[in-house]
Design a protein around this ligand. Sequence first.
Ligand code: 5GP
Ligand code: SF4
Ligand code: MG
Length: 464
Amino acid sequence: CGVFGVIGVTDAANFVALGLHALQHRGQEAGGIVSHHPDEGFNSVRRFGYVRDNFTKQSLMETLPGPLAIGHVRYSTAGSKGAAIRDVQPFFGEFSMGGAAIAHNGNITNADALRRELIERGSIFQSSSDSECIIHLMARSLQRNIPERMEDALRRVEGAFSIVAMTRSELIGVRDALGVRPLVMGKIGDGYVLSSETCALDIIGADFVREIEPGEMVVISDEGVESSFPFRRKSSRFCIFEHVYFSRPDSIIGGRSVYETRRQIGVELAREAPVDADLVCPVPDSGTPAAIGFAHESGIPFGMGIIRNQYMGRTFIEPTEQIRNMGVRLKLNVNRALIRGKRVILVDDSVVRGTTSRKIKEMILDAGAAEVHFRIASPPTAWPCFYGVDTPQREKLLAATMSEDEMREHLNVDSLKFISLDGLYRAVGEAEGRSNSCPQYCDACFSGEYPVEPSDMIKKGFEL
Ligand code: 5GP
Ligand code: SF4
Ligand code: MG
């Protein structure tokens, strides 16, 4: 998901709509905005579909007045698939000291247990979302102001959260102690911005100030920015997959360009798994920067052998398997004239179920390619993510049930190589590779080492 908030500008909701549009890649199912105006109070709009199809109509944006607003773009991980509008964030709660709205990116790993406990004690849930627990925990807190109630609530929450929240007069940002999901702060005129990624600061012309640190809470008001660290400090475990796939390539994370990291992954891949061929070809768009790096390092020409229809979304964010299966053909087509007779290296960011890779290989062979070699810009995805990225159940992950050799056979390609975990760490700037005693990132979907125990899932029978 993507979260965004602005304080201290005229008609903040317009800025939030633009910010969410720039974060659309983080969630395409639905979006919502809550605003506050001193005379008109809180207002909210939640809609299915793209930001550009909903939050561009003047008549609708006029219903969201005020200098303070937050928003959320959603793709469902926890909770229901094929969502209901009541699952669309931001969530709103009315407390004795006034209202508050929250927008959450991440996933709460003890949400089932919390929900059960809260329901037994009288909470009335409106949605099936894990994030709603936070509002109910805040309602039960005895603290006298909303930021402190949020701290109380979040101390009970396990898992990953980057949250943008608001009261009548404050914009609040919080990250979990491991800082699994991103969150940055920007400045626009006299106002402030919180955003999942820097690419959304650029769209509104805000200047990047800094990242919210793991375990940090910032409360921004007329008086400025107040920072605190309410949670027990731990060493950071940022999601390495944000670098590989999830973030936009024009975003900056930890001072590093995501594009440059992806290009570097391609360089590492070419060193680790060279192969004689005529053409390096990305699976667009997610494989493109790595393919550029691979071509550069190997000296093999880069070419757009697959063309993407820009009017389709990301395949994996379409929630059902059936749509996903169709999706590949609707989204990607082969550039036959370029492919015919060539030995082709296909570079993609990841293999999850293997459906994309299989279809693409068939399309490439149909177009007359002489050989097909897959090079993948992440290690085999063998474990599900429980921290906010939608991977399928373990049984459906190709790498969970097959060795690399079996996967090559299953995909029926001439060769298949994944970047090593150390190679990936080098590409994100860790010259020594992965520290196995104290990994610098979350890489659980590749390593199976979960930095936060997924307790709900373990109760449901998931085995580590
Ligand atoms: P597959 O066809 O193997 O299930 O999906 C792989 C493709 O989906 C890749 O091209 C990649 O761009 C995209 N993808 C990336 N991350 C994820 C993820 O976390 N889950 C899913 N299902 N697909 C992803
Ligand atoms: Fe990111 Fe993978 Fe960790 Fe999920 S399990 S947070 S996708 S690195
Ligand atoms: Mg892709």
